[in-house]
Design a protein around this ligand. Structure first.
Ligand SMILES: [Zn+2]
Ligand SMILES: [Zn+2]
Length: 417
């Protein structure tokens, strides 16, 4: 790992400002630990684990944090997560959190070229979370070097189960944001929408709220030759399908929304009208008003179809993930951190996908940032079984997360007398 005092050899030009000096120091340390971060990422990549089964990952993160020498480590948190704490040597009451998600996906890796291919059949780090872990561990290493100069406390959140398990909620319920209370939070995700090394940073809503719905239609089955004796749930399901899609006509064209019916089931044979049918789907929105309009219209469509067909419909609607919406001041701060490090910034390319980082943002001012890994247009995207990236980007992410944490604490600590 890191040798003691490895940074003392760097001499700085006397004309540089303190900001330039610290930015340069962060970058140099990040470069010096790059090969360590790559080794950590590749080890995690070879041993991927899906949500809430990240036992080895949790152990490896804990080992690394112990080696770095943090002030406190809680492991496990939320079943397979880890929280680390680093107390700075300067006066400052605030605590800033850096979050990494740690889980992999149930995908069989087919990458033919990499020597560190997944050893766990049917499981793959295809969303870059192995890289996120390495970046936040890297930030912990750099911040440990700078500990005496940190005006406050840094918390490192290693969160399990991001891929549809709502692991952020589990971390919050297990007290990850308390003791000490987190005042601000940064999260980062690698992205093939941005060019390699480019940061995507924007204020406001950047990823959608993800809701789930279920409509079970109860009719009365019978012979396919005698629909007049039945109450056909399949025809009713058909009208609900069309009715839900028609809600699009009630919404302003500038309001982003998706209504997708992704499952439609009913019936067992060609000549039997079944008793029931079921639709499952998802609604994605960027603001609460549009979300409320869609839900209200869905209920009206269901009620209308009940009356029209004489069926009964059990309709259930679940609000799963809130909108990922970046605090404007935090987004500005992240842009400043990038500028200090002379890293290129573009607006973040938003998505109607969802992120459980939004659950932290409900409680704490936070910003979620993309870090570009695109080197060519044919590069496989996230969740693809050939997904991979040039992991020299890990040092860039570690340096950026470090500067974000430091800058937040510098700006929120009491002014020096
Ligand atoms: Zn993912
Ligand atoms: Zn992801």
């Amino acid at each position: 790992m890191l040798g003691q005092g490895a940074c003392s050899r760097y001499d700085f030009n006397m004309k540089t400002t303190p900001t330039m000096a610290i930015a340069r120091e962060i970058k140099k340390i990040a470069e010096s630990i790059s090969s360590t971060l790559i080794a950590i990422r590749r080890d995690l990549h070879q041993h991927p684990e899906i949500g809430f089964q990240e036992h080895r990952t949790c152990r490896k993160i804990t080992e690394q944090l112990k080696r770095i020498g943090l002030n406190a480590i809680r492991s496990p948190v939320a079943k397979t997560g880890v929280v680390g704490l680093l107390k700075g040597g300067q006066k400052g009451n605030n605590t800033v959190a850096l979050r990494a998600d740690i889980d992999a996906l149930p995908i069989e890796e087919v990458n033919p070229i990499i020597p560190y291919k997944s050893l766990n059949a049917g499981v793959m780090h295809a969303c870059g979370h192995d890289g996120h872990v390495a970046m936040v561990l890297g930030a912990a290493m750099i911040l440990k070097y700078l500990q005496a100069r940190i005006p406050g406390t840094v918390k490192f959140l290693f969160q399990p189960g991001e891929e549809g398990y709502g692991g952020a909620g589990s971390m919050i319920r297990d007290g990850a944001l308390r003791n000490p209370q987190v005042d601000a939070i940064f999260g980062l995700h690698v992205s093939v929408d941005q060019n390699y090394g480019v940061l995507g940073i924007s204020p406001g809503p950047i990823m959608a709220a993800a809701d789930r719905f279920q409509a079970r239609i109860i009719g009365h089955g019978g012979h396919g030759a005698h629909p007049e004796l039945c109450t056909d749930p399949l025809l009713a399901a058909n009208h609900i399908y069309q009715g839900f899609q028609s809600i699009e006509r009630n919404l302003n064209g500038r309001d982003a929304r998706i209504i997708s019916i992704c499952s439609l089931h009913g019936g067992t044979a060609f000549n039997i009208i079944p008793d029931t049918a079921e639709l499952l789907g998802t609604v994605r929105t960027l603001n609460a008003k549009v979300q409320a309009t869609i839900l209200r219209r869905m209920r009206q469509v269901v009620r209308g179809v009940e009356i029209m067909h004489g069926v009964r419909c059990e309709f259930r609607y679940f609000k799963e993930y809130p909108v990922t919406s970046n605090n404007a001041a935090m987004a500005t701060l992240a842009r400043e951190a990038a500028a200090d490090l002379q890293m290129p910034v573009r607006p973040m390319i938003g998505s109607m996908g969802a992120e459980d980082f939004s659950m932290y943002q409900k409680l704490v001012p936070g910003v979620f940032i993309n870090l570009g890994i695109r080197k060519n247009s044919r590069q496989p995207g996230l969740h693809n079984n050939r997904f991979t990236f040039d992991d020299r980007v890990l040092a860039i992410g570690a340096a950026f997360m470090t500067r974000c944490a430091l800058l937040y604490l510098e700006k929120s600590s009491p002014p020096k007398k």
